[in-house]
Design a binder for this molecule. Structure first.
Ligand code: ADP
Ligand code: ZN
Length: 606
């Protein structure tokens, strides 16, 4: 049964009409004192699952988050809703922290965000043991597990919460955790006698595209120009150098791009992150060091200039797009050399052997996704154990690749690898298959072997695709030295010996076509009926945000502005019906936005 108090808070404080998905069930369970493990995709509304119980229950809600850089924005967002929120982390002055602690003791704080290392200090634990606590929320809970993709040693010590505060509900939340990680989280945080809520992994508003690299900078430029000329987005590059070059080049092309990588000073990074969060339409060009926990809701695209580490990382990185539920694009450009590079990172990474083996397998699954002939979303969801139907909202659904019987081609390619001694890279092997001789080929005597010139029925591009797919299907793999030489895997041996049949996808359609498709797809959410009013509302929001030194989206999300532009509310009562307009925000900002709508209406009438 849904508690009336929780619904009341949802409406009055947050301005939302009804709970989504499993929110109501989770909130009831936690309000009733239960522990919970919540796995729900980004953007599905996990925050309310602990914020509302924290407001319903007596005492302070303690939220543990690894991201101190973002805490202040989270706290500001709550304060603008009229919630008494605070943060405690190492970036704050001792006097500020001690004030907050006093406020907690006096019951004057509804929610406090704490970094794990702070929470674990004796002093903080003492304050908490002297104060009523509504709940502990462990955000980014995958950080407790070594199986997860972002292990944090301090998180492991959070197991002491169960010992020190056995009667306080613990809610662990994450958007990414495979089965072993889930088990690990539940064990370490002692949630076995709590309830598990699995919300699936799908992000229906994200459109996925993966294109073969062929002049990636131009591909990126075209993608941005055609789909996101005035949007905020993230471009992931592999190296610091690539980040700097790409950011500079995008700026030259007229886009406000900023770099972000570990080679910059902490101040520079903080400044760029701040700009990205606070200004409209900034493109952040970054290494994967950027983005963890960024909850900017209106990131409209994430582009990968090279493949990520594995499917979890891809899901996590692309997941930063479209948290507000409006349509967003995930675009990846990939090439064979990316795979070789990732393999060599794993091999030289210093992890124990069995960890390396797991990482290689995970990379293989990602390559499978890149070469998938069927729905991308289905492959991805399947990887996380979610069965689903083709989505109709990804590049391969909208533009299905043709397939062909690739048995002979695969046999020729693998034999060629064998005949040349399993140490040459793709370009060399293709030269042999196409019968192209040169000094190097002759020096090895490879112009005399039986596979020389047996591949004339396909061109170079086709062969590249065949080799990529053989690697993706793990019949071939790049050698350990990381020089990009290919060798035959046991599966590849078996394939040759058993004369198995193999279907392959024809080389992907030119990237341009795939990208256009992404843009021409009808929006998943009602489009803006009056774009000029929407722009005017955004401009007013930007002014208010600057004046108050907060990110624009903590005032109102784009989604609320879209709804205002469509429904043009003319009174406070009507404005209150817009999703995302609660009572405090109405008081604070209502007049500003009503004014813009009124001006626009009278302007249009004249
Ligand atoms: P997550 O933490 O799961 O990524 P958030 O908690 O940030 O997601 O929520 C994503 C967005 O959805 C936020 O803007 C939030 O305010 C909004 N939201 C959450 N619950 C609801 C709801 N019941 N109705 C409307 N919007 C909601
Ligand atoms: Zn699909």
């Amino acid at each position: 049964m849904q508690s009336a108090a929780a619904l009341q808070i949802l409406k009055k404080t947050y301005g939302y009409e009804c709970f989504r998905g499993q929110q109501a069930e989770i909130i009831d369970h936690v309000v009733g004192g239960g522990h919970a493990f919540v796995l729900m995709p980004t953007g599905s509304g996990k925050s309310l699952c602990y914020q509302i119980p924290a407001l319903c229950r007596d005492g302070v809600g303690v939220i543990i988050s690894p991201l101190i850089a973002l805490m202040q924005d989270q706290v500001t967002a709550l304060q603008l809703l009229g919630v008494r929120a605070a943060a405690i982390n190492s970036s704050m002055s001792a006097s500020h922290i001690s004030e907050t602690k006093t406020a907690i003791r006096n019951g004057a704080i509804d929610m406090v965000y704490v970094a794990p290392e702070r929470l674990l200090m004796d002093d903080m634990l003492n304050v908490l043991s002297q104060s009523p606590i509504a709940l502990f929320a462990i955000d980014a809970a995958h950080c407790v597990s070594q199986w997860g993709h972002d292990f944090r040693p301090h998180y492991v010590q959070l197991s002491l919460l169960a010992e020190r505060f056995p009667n306080v509900p613990r809610v662990a939340l994450t958007a990414t955790a495979d089965a072993p990680t889930r088990k690990d989280i539940i064990d370490r945080l002692h949630l076995r006698n709590g309830k598990t809520f699995l919300g699936g992994f799908d992000r229906p508003n994200i459109h996925y595209s993966i294109a073969i690299k062929d002049n990636p900078k131009q591909q990126l430029l075209r993608f941005i120009r055609e789909n996101h000329p005035r949007d905020s987005g993230i471009v992931y590059c592999l190296s610091r150098k690539a980040v700097d070059e790409t950011a500079e080049w995008l700026c030259d092309e007229g886009f406000p791009a900023l770099p972000y990588h570990a080679g910059m000073t902490a101040e520079m990074r903080a400044r760029n992150q701040e700009k990205f969060l606070r200004e409209d339409a900034i493109i952040m060009v970054a290494t994967i060091a950027f983005g963890m926990g960024i909850d900017k809701p209106d990131v409209r695209f994430v582009a990968h200039m090279t493949i990520p580490k594995n499917i979890e990382a891809y899901y996590q990185e692309t997941g930063r797009a479209g948290r507000d539920g409006l349509p967003a694009n995930a675009m990846m450009f990939y090439g064979m050399s990316d795979a070789a590079l990732q393999r060599s990172f794993i091999d030289t990474g210093g992890a124990p052997e069995n960890q390396k083996r797991i990482e290689h397998q995970k990379l293989g699954a990602l390559l499978g996704l890149c070469e998938a002939a069927g729905c991308r979303r289905q492959v991805m969801l399947d990887y996380f154990g979610d069965a689903s139907a083709p989505c109709n909202y990804c590049d391969t659904c909208q533009n299905p690749p043709e397939r062909f019987d690739g048995t002979i081609a695969a046999q020729k390619a693998i034999s060629c690898v064998w005949r040349t001694g399993q140490r040459f890279g793709v370009s060399y092997l293709i030269d042999i298959l196409l019968g192209k001789s040169n000094a190097r080929v002759e020096s090895f005597g490879h112009d005399k072997i039986s596979t020389f010139g047996i591949g004339g029925e396909h061109n170079k591009n086709d062969w590249q695709s065949v080799f990529r797919q053989l690697v993706a299907q793990n019949l071939l793999s790049t050698d350990i030295s990381g020089h990009g030489g290919l060798c035959i895997t046991p599966q590849g041996q078996a394939f040759l010996e058993n004369r198995e049949e193999l279907w392959l996808r024809k080389p992907a359609a030119p990237a341009r076509k795939t990208i256009r498709q992404a843009a021409s797809k009808p929006a998943a959410v009602a489009p803006v009926g009056d774009p000029s009013l929407f722009e005017a509302l955004k401009a007013r929001r930007a002014e208010l945000a600057r004046a108050q030194n907060v990110p624009p989206y903590v005032i109102f999300h784009d989604k609320a502005l879209v709804e205002m532009a469509n429904r043009k509310p003319g009174s406070s009562e009507a404005l209150l019906l817009i999703s995302g307009v609660g009572e405090t925000k109405l008081q604070r900002y209502g007049q500003h936005f009503l004014e813009v709508i009124l001006q626009h209406n009278t302007g249009a009438d004249m």
